[in-house]
Design a protein around this ligand. Sequence first.
Ligand code: SF4
Ligand code: SF4
Length: 122
Amino acid sequence: MQKEGFCYSFNPKKCEVCKGKCCTGESGYIWITPAEMITLANHLGINVDEFRLKYLDKFGTKFSIKEKIFKDGFACIFFNEMDLNCSVYDYRPKQCRTFPFWDYFKENYEELEEECIGVKRL
Ligand code: SF4
Ligand code: SF4
């Protein structure tokens, strides 16, 4: 898989071997939009207020999905520790859907290469 403007390709099949490195490790922000909150809250069968309280942290005007302790670091609260994958995969936010094709990695490919075994420089 390739995307215009990026100097690397991505093979999603590698995710089966990797088992969620991009959902675990160092702490980070997992931004979620109001529309995505509604989608995910509906999927979980709770209202948005309850969803925010239980699963999100607020930073200024933005919301990020909470993390939990996992191994020597952290994992997204929706990371399934048994199956080592995303428990809300079909409802995950855009930030997760667009990984590893983030503008940030256009200038920081080496950083991405260390994290994601699915990428390959073109
Ligand atoms: S780090 Fe890369 S290979 Fe691993 S699960 Fe995430 S996208 Fe897939
Ligand atoms: S929502 Fe799913 S894909 Fe996104 S960081 Fe959490 S576990 Fe990973």
